[in-house]
Design a protein around this ligand. Structure first.
Ligand code: SAM
Length: 375
C-alpha cells in the first residue's frame, strides 16, 4: 500500500510526466502535510535520525555569540536571522549566553518552513527563556525584511533541493524521477544551456570535468538564496556552516557517485527512492559555487575555514574553561566539544563560508587559519 506521500508523487508524475530530482527532493522533504521535515516525525536526537552541532553541544552557539558581541561593539542595534531553526537549540544557546552578558539583539528571527518544527522551537524558547520570548520572530518566507547584523545558516544549504547530473559518453544528463512497473525510477535527460553555464560557475571555469560514468550534484537553489540574503542584509555577516568542499575537492575524479546522502535512524544510505518522507536527503555543499555567486553580488567573501578553526577563533576553548561543570559533567561536555572540533568528527568535514556586506570590521571567526585561497 502506498503512503499519502507516495500517492501524491505518483499522481503528480502520471499527470505531469517525469519530475526533476530537485522537485522530487522538495516534495519528499517539504510537502506541506507529508514531507520529512513537516510530518511530525522525530528528526533530531538519539530517537530521531541525526544530530547537528548546536544540538550536540551548547558551546557551538555560545561560541558564535562572540562574533555577535564583536559586531555589536560598533553598533548596539543588531539583529540575528537563523535559517532553518531545527529543534531551536542554536537560538537557545546563543540567546542564553547573550542574556548573561547583557548584549541582546534587537530581534532574533527564525526562518522555518515546517509548522511542526516552529511549534517545537516556540515551546523550547517559551520554557527556557520566557522573559525574552518577545525578541523572537518566526517567518516562513524572506521577502520584505531588512536586516542589520548576523545571519546564520547551519546545515541549511545541504538540505536545499538539488539537481543531480551524470557524465556519460562525453554528454551531461540531468536526473529525473518517473514511475514505471509500479515503482519510482531514474530517467536521465539532456541538460540545457543554463545548466552548463551554472556548472561553470560551480566548478571555476578553468577546472575540467573530463570524466566518464560520473555522477555529481549542481544546486540551482544557491542562487535564489544568496540573492535573497544579499537583498535583505543592509550591513553585516553571513555564516554558512555545513559539510562540504571547495570545487576541486567536490568534483574529485574518485567522487564518482556524487555527495548525496540519506539518513534514517542514524544510518546513512545512498538511495533517495526508499523510506520516502521518513529519511533525510542532503548533499554536501559546494562552497566555491556559493562563493562565486556571492562575489557576483554585493558581498565580500571574508573566509573559508574549517569548523574547528572557526570555533577556536571564536573562543570556544575559553568558554569551555570558564564553565563551572561538575567533574562528571565536565567529561560529558569535553566529549561533546571534541565532537565539534576533532578532524575525524565534525571539525574538518564541516566548513564555514563567511560573507560580509558593508562592513570593515575584522571578524573574530576568520582571524587565523583562513583558507580562502582554496575556493
Ligand atoms: C538539517 S536541518 C538543520 C537545523 C538546524 N539549523 C540545526 O543545525 O540543528 C534543516 C532545517 O532547515 C529548515 N528548512 C529547510 N528548507 C527551508 C526553507 N526553504 N525555508 C525555511 N526553512 C527551511 C528545515 O525545516 C530544518 O529546520
Amino acid at each position: 500500500m502506498q503512503t499519502h506521500l507516495e500517492s501524491y508523487l505518483t499522481e503528480k508524475i502520471r499527470r505531469e510526466g517525469h519530475i526533476s530530482f530537485s522537485d522530487y527532493m522538495d516534495i519528499v522533504l517539504y510537502n506541506n502535510a507529508f514531507g520529512y521535515y513537516t510530518n511530525s516525525k522525530k528528526i533530531f536526537g538519539p530517537k530521531g535520525d541525526f544530530v547537528t552541532a548546536p544540538i550536540s553541544s551548547s558551546l557551538f552557539g555560545e561560541a558564535i555569540s562572540n562574533e555577535f558581541i564583536n559586531l555589536s561593539e560598533d553598533n548596539p542595534n543588531l539583529s540575528i536571522l537563523e535559517l532553518g531553526g531545527g529543534d531551536g537549540s542554536l537560538a537557545l544557546s546563543i540567546i542564553s549566553r547573550l542574556k548573561k552578558l547583557d548584549i541582546l539583539p534587537k530581534h532574533y528571527i527564525i526562518l522555518e518552513i515546517s509548522e511542526y518544527l516552529i511549534t517545537i522551537q516556540k515551546q523550547k524558547i517559551k520554557n527556557q527563556l520566557p522573559d525574552l520570548y518577545d525578541i523572537f520572530e518566526w517567518t516562513n518566507v524572506l521577502d520584505k525584511q531588512k536586516l542589520n547584523g548576523l545571519i546564520i545558516a547551519n546545515e541549511f544549504f545541504d538540505a536545499l533541493p538539488t539537481e543531480r547530473f551524470r557524465i556519460k559518453n562525453k554528454k551531461i544528463d540531468s536526473l529525473y524521477i518517473g514511475y514505471e512497473n509500479n515503482k519510482l525510477c531514474y530517467f536521465w535527460k539532456s541538460c540545457n544551456n543554463s545548466f552548463y553555464r551554472e556548472l561553470d560557475i560551480a566548478k571555476n571555469n578553468h577546472e575540467k570535468l573530463e570524466y566518464e560514468n560520473y555522477i555529481s550534484e549542481l544546486n540551482l537553489n544557491y542562487n535564489k538564496w544568496i540573492s535573497l540574503l544579499e537583498g535583505l542584509l543592509t550591513s553585516g555577516v553571513i555564516f554558512i556552516i555545513d559539510y562540504g568542499y571547495h570545487s576541486s575537492e567536490y568534483f574529485l575524479k574518485d567522487r564518482c557517485d556524487g555527495t548525496l546522502v540519506c539518513m534514517h535512524n542514524h544510518t546513512p544510505n545512498f538511495n533517495p527512492l526508499i523510506n520516502i518522507g521518513r529519511q533525510d536527503i542532503s548533499t554536501f555543499v559546494n562552497f566555491t559555487h556559493i562563493s562565486n555567486i556571492a562575489k557576483s553580488l554585493n558581498l565580500l567573501v571574508d573566509g573559508y575555514i574549517s569548523q574547528s578553526s572557526f570555533l577556536i577563533n571564536l573562543g570556544i576553548l575559553n568558554i569551555f574553561e570558564e564553565k563551572k561543570y561538575s567533574e562528571e559533567q565536565k567529561i560529558i561536555e569535553l566529549n561533546r566539544l571534541k565532537n565539534l572540533l576533532l578532524p575525524n568528527t565534525m571539525g574538518e568535514i564541516f566548513k564555514v563560508l563567511v560573507l560580509k556586506k558593508n562592513l570593515d570590521n575584522q571578524l573574530l571567526s576568520t582571524k587565523k587559519l583562513n583558507h580562502l585561497h582554496k575556493l
